[in-house]
Design a protein around this ligand. Structure first.
Ligand code: ADP
Length: 714
């Protein structure tokens, strides 16, 4: 049976081999075993139930909480030649009835249903009318109270399923579940001796980083300027911040959209669609934007603040790189984020037990933000995985800052915490170390401890930071509950006994260099524009047709026939048939024009006589650029071409803005770039004069234009 599954993987999806876990999960299902599969985002969960659905008789029901995702899945399946449909609140009454009727006639291999729709009468009538071999439950962690995303409708659904006498196979899928949550899912769904698969949570294509102590706005501006062709999400904690960050991006000329709970439904919908259709490259959003996002080419996810737990963080960050290409996840951390999250928990509706769970999750998240260990390791260990090697690509792994011996300071702090015997919170320990005259300290006689005032010279904030660092590194622990206290752990003992040293990296917080820009080859770009048009004709997002990686492989291998096209990863037979001719046409016509294309950078210079104007194949601004690149100054070019200096400068900037390679150091003199960026920061980018006025006289308009262009600000 697995052979059959493998053949379908190739024929239908165009993939050569199963990803880790897929083959086991599929063969378990085909043998009739209930299943609980925990695969990381992008791990390929859908294939795990879609292939069995193709093999098993009848219609597989897929329960999914995400309306937009359902539509995408169904659109994608239909393009693969698989009959599928969905039932959710986005359908009108008539459409709804049509789908139900067709479902009853067994026309679909897969039927996606929102859990809210599956009430008792609906459920039993489906069971009566249809032959259902398998119920697949996506985002199965929503059934667990201990998870971070509990949904009552899932609980109800679990009830219906568990009470069925003649029930189909049941399989739960999720990307985020600690052991506790996994057990809970299995019990709640009443899985019968299930096959449980945990394939590992590590995502080898994600580079995680935590960035502390930077000016977030400047960080963002530089980050985006270094990645002008990449699409990504910025998560902010509040609506207000979403608005502010989005406005700022608009001022910089970046195509950004916003998404939060305060916007009308149609505004949110439109923002989401524009993002999915690649019309805007950056989405700024609260965590309301999320579960439905399966856009595969999200190249970065930036968190403007720390979220409340690792599950949320990893789920949100994990929306980067679903297509398997290298992607970045950056957490911009500042210590007050912790206060905000704590406040949210305290003000929340949850009962005391739940609040204690949330608080302890918050501390784990906080430790992530401060740890010097491999970030990927930290996360996967949280989900219960052991012995995972360091990733080698996160900000901790790449940090080669020299570590400082901090043993003496660690001993002082730990000894103080030890003497306070786990009865006080971290702030109190900090106050004692500071030698504070706080009334409570004096009342409790804490000023008589020998460690009182040991850090008298430190700022209290610094002491708190230091204590948090010791917590993050596991020398101290913060208890659960509404009034968390700190105590020392077993790891602190050898330090206190002088048997072990403590080293801390005093971070310079270098930013990671940008991952290789995916600015495509011209053919890749041509294929991308074909995809955009073709997708628009069908009213679906471009990625439903093909992923970037597939287009890139087409651009590399330039297939000339349908057969060759089938050899490309991500091209199955239905898509090859449907789009093959169009793609081959794009490739052929590209090859034909490419042969004659003038190569702006390498073409020999024309004689000066012809330099006065552009020609059909060489527009005027490119002629100026060519001369500039050949080493002529703007003044010389203006003389040669009989044009004004400002015109020539305009030519060069325009060409650079169109993506022509230029030597920036010839436009922006050494040392001026930073100055100019600061002036733009202070004056805004709307008008040039205030920027010029704020700068030393020797900074030219040309250099200012250059910086604006280089950083994509205008
Ligand atoms: P998940 O739901 O686990 O986040 P998906 O099911 O959306 O992931 O799969 C992520 C991407 O990986 C999809 O585009 C899918 O087509 C692709 N994929 C799945 N299985 C394979 C495979 N065996 N080989 C290559 N790509 C695959």
């Amino acid at each position: 049976m697995l052979e059959q599954a493998r053949a379908l993987l190739k024929r239908v999806y165009g993939y050569d081999a199963f990803r880790p876990g897929q083959a086991d999960i599929i063969s378990g299902l085909l043998e009739g075993r209930d299943t609980l599969a925990i695969l990381p985002t992008g791990g390929g969960k859908s294939v795990c139930y879609q292939i069995p659905a193709l093999i098993l008789e009848g219609t597989t029901i897929v329960v999914s909480p995400l309306i937009s995702l359902m539509k995408d899945q169904v659109d994608a399946l239909n393009r693969l030649g698989i009959p599928a449909a969905f039932l959710n609140s986005s359908l009108g009454a008539a459409e709804y009835r049509t789908v139900l009727r067709s479902a009853a006639q067994g026309e679909y291999k897969l039927l996606y249903i929102a859990p809210e729709r599956l009430d008792a009468p609906m459920f039993s009538s489906l069971m009566e009318q249809m032959s259902i071999p398998l119920i697949a439950i996506d985002e199965a962690h929503c059934v667990s109270q201990w998870g971070h995303d509990f949904r009552p409708s899932y609980r109800q659904l679990a009830g219906w399923i568990s009470r069925l006498t003649d029930r189909p196979l049941v399989a739960g899928f999720t990307a985020t579940a600690t052991r506790e949550v996994a057990r809970d899912i299995s019990e709640m769904l009443a899985l019968r001796s299930p096959n449980v698969f945990v394939t590992g949570f590590a995502r080898s294509n994600l580079a995680l980083s935590v960035v502390t102590g930077v000016d977030k706005r400047r960080f963002l501006r530089d980050f985006l300027a270094e990645r002008p062709d990449q699409s990504g999400i910025i998560y902010a904690a509040t609506r207000k911040e979403v608005e502010q960050v989005c406005d700022e991006l608009h001022r910089q000329g970046i195509a950004a959209a916003k998404y939060h709970g305060g916007l009308a439904d149609d505004e949110r919908m439109s923002a989401q669609e524009r993002f999915r259709f690649d019309e805007v490259r950056v989405m700024v959003a609260t965590n309301a934007f999320g579960m439905g996002i399966d856009k595969p080419n999200v190249r970065f996810v930036i968190h403007w603040q720390m979220p409340g737990d690792i599950e949320s963080y990893y789920q949100e960050a994990g929306r980067a790189g679903r297509d398997g290409d290298d992607s970045e996840c950056v957490l911009l951390f500042s210590p007050q984020d912790v206060q905000v999250q704590r406040f949210l928990i305290e003000q929340g509706q949850a009962d005391e037990d739940r609040r204690a769970v949330q608080m302890s999750k918050l501390y784990t998240m906080m430790n992530y933000s401060r740890t010097e260990r491999c970030l990927q390791q930290y996360i996967v260990e949280y989900f219960g995985e052991a012995d995972v090697p360091a990733c080698g690509r996160c900000s901790s792994c790449l940090d080669d800052t020299e570590a400082t011996d901090m043993t003496a300071d660690a001993q002082k702090a730990l000894s103080c915490a030890g003497r306070m015997k786990g009865r006080f919170g971290l702030t109190m320990v900090a106050k004692v170390l500071k030698g504070s005259k706080d009334k409570r300290i004096l009342e409790m006689g804490l000023d008589r401890l020998t460690t009182y005032g040991l850090f008298r010279d430190w700022a209290e904030k610094e002491i708190t930071e230091w204590l948090y660092w010791l917590v993050a590194e596991g020398y101290m622990r913060v208890s659960d509950g509404a009034y968390p206290t700190v105590s020392i752990t077993a790891r602190a003992l050898p330090v206190l006994e002088g048997k072990e040293q403590v080293y801390q990296k005093r971070k310079q917080l270098k930013r990671r260099a940008s991952s290789a820009s995916s600015a495509g080859s011209p053919l890749f770009e041509a294929l991308r524009s074909w995809r955009k048009e073709a997708a628009a004709r069908e009213g679906v997002p471009p990625f439903i047709l093909f992923f970037d990686a597939t287009l890139r492989e087409m651009a590399d291998r330039q297939p000339q026939s349908e057969d060759e096209l089938l050899g490309i990863k991500g091209v199955g037979s239905a898509k090859a048939q449907k789009y093959g001719d169009q793609i081959i046409e794009v490739i052929r016509s590209f090859a034909a024009t490419e042969g004659e294309r003038p190569q702006a950078a390498s073409a020999p210079l024309r004689s000066e006589a012809s330099l006065g104007e552009g020609t059909d194949d060489q527009p005027s601004h490119l002629v100026s650029l060519q001369l500039f690149q050949a080493g002529h100054t703007v003044k010389e070019i203006s003389q040669m071409r009989g044009m004004g200096k400002v015109t020539i400068e305009g030519h060069i900037i325009r060409a650079a803005g169109e993506g022509e390679p230029v030597d920036w150091s010839m436009i922006i003199p050494d040392g001026q770039e930073r100055l100019i960026l600061d002036a733009i920061d202070a004056q805004g980018a709307d008008k040039l004069k205030p920027i010029k006025d704020a700068l030393p006289d020797d900074v030219t308009y040309f250099a200012i234009h250059g910086v604006l262009c280089k950083h994509g600000i205008r």
